[in-house]
Write a protein that binds this ligand. Structure first.
Ligand SMILES: Cc1cc2nc3c(=O)[nH]c(=O)nc-3n(C[C@H](O)[C@H](O)[C@H](O)COP(=O)(O)O)c2cc1C
Length: 333
């Protein structure tokens, strides 16, 4: 029946081109606006709510990560991050009822590491901070110190030919570099990363590679998250997506596709003995426009993430970035 109607409609002159025109110029744009609106409303509705345990856990995780990053910076500055450290310690002390949460265990472990690192270097922390850290230690004498990792380059890449369990567990974000990967290594890594799945096999991602120190520094000056190591990043990949290739309801999905590629690229880098660290591109429109201009990329490309990469130092300081347990992540339905 429907088939018959369709065949009849097709016979009416100009009707099909009219429908096509109406779809492209009215219904498709309306669909895009609708999805954008829906996403924004949901984001507004939930992202501003901070008065819940999940938001507390995430803020603890972020703060702890900033401290563990600071402990592994290539040119570590002792006495760094004191306001943040004080904040973590205060949150631990104030929230004894959260003692079983992994976030508290990580926070205490990192506080103990921070304290030990400074004691070993005979660095005297301000008395107020020392007291706070001491109180955390007294409250949790049995929780273990969480030491950051220190691996030689050989140790870091030693699992590159192992099974996936060992290989993927050995990949880390690296922020200590010694030099540039060669063009062949980079090309091979991108080739391997292109094996990533993509919706309808569209392959919407482009890798803009930068090797010039000044250009990289100019780009990184617009990125929040490379302080303490960005000035030593030897190479940079700016991952973009081509907005012309978005299908129906795919304007969020396109970034998911880029994420899959980015993950595959970091594994591929690892396989080819290139160290890397993703660098968020969570930027407001003004900054995004500025960077797009500097990069000189086509108007239809959007930046998704930056990836700093290169050959790692011979001895690499690595932030542990302990992960959640599967129990915390699996919801059996
Ligand atoms: C989308 C994304 C953005 C990131 N941005 C930054 C960043 O701006 N600065 C940084 O030092 N690390 C950044 N990272 C690295 C994370 O801090 C790191 O992946 C996390 O701590 C887990 O550590 P691991 O990669 O060693 O497992 C980013 C990671 C992702 C996935």
């Amino acid at each position: 029946m429907i088939f018959k109607i369709k065949t009849q409609i097709k016979k009416i002159p100009f009707l099909l081109p009219f429908f096509n025109y109406a779809y492209i110029s009215i219904f498709k744009p309306l669909g895009i606006i609708n999805l954008g609106f829906y996403t924004t409303i949901r984001t507004l509705r939930f992202s501003l709510k901070k008065n819940n345990i999940e938001a507390w856990k995430v803020s603890m995780r972020v703060s702890c990560h900033i401290i563990e990053k600071g402990l592994t910076m290539p040119e570590r500055r002792l006495g760094f991050g004191l306001p943040r450290l004080a904040n973590i310690a205060n949150e631990v002390l104030k929230n004894k009822h959260n003692e079983n949460l992994s976030e508290v265990k990580v926070a205490v472990g990192i506080i103990k590491d921070y304290k030990k690192v400074h004691e070993k270097s005979f660095y005297k922390l301000p008395e107020k901070i020392s007291d706070l850290l001491e109180r955390v230690e007294i409250m949790y004498p049995d929780l273990k110190i969480i030491k950051q990792l220190k691996l030689t380059k050989e140790q870091y890449f030693s699992s590159k030919n192992e099974n996936f369990l060992k290989f993927s567990s050995s990949r880390r974000s690296i922020r200590n570099f010694s030099g540039k990967a060669n063009a062949e290594q980079v090309q091979k890594a991108v080739e391997l990363a292109l094996k990533a799945p993509s919706a309808c096999n569209r392959q919407v991602v482009k890798c803009h590679i930068f090797n010039d120190k000044e250009k990289i520094q100019e780009i990184l000056s617009y990125q929040n998250g490379n302080r303490g190591f960005g000035h030593l990043i030897p190479q940079l990949c700016v991952l973009t997506v081509d907005l012309r290739l978005i299908g129906e309801n795919e304007q969020n999905d396109i970034y998911f596709n880029a994420g899959l590629f980015a993950m595959n690229l970091s594994y591929s880098f690892h396989y080819y003995e290139i160290a890397s660290c993703m660098l968020n591109w969570a930027a407001p429109p003004k900054r995004d426009k500025k960077l797009r201009k500097i990069l000189n990329i086509p108007k239809h490309e959007s930046i998704t993430v930056l990836i700093g990469f290169g050959i790692p130092s011979n001895l690499i300081d690595i932030a542990r970035s302990d992960k959640k347990s599967s129990k915390e992540s699996i919801i059996n339905n």
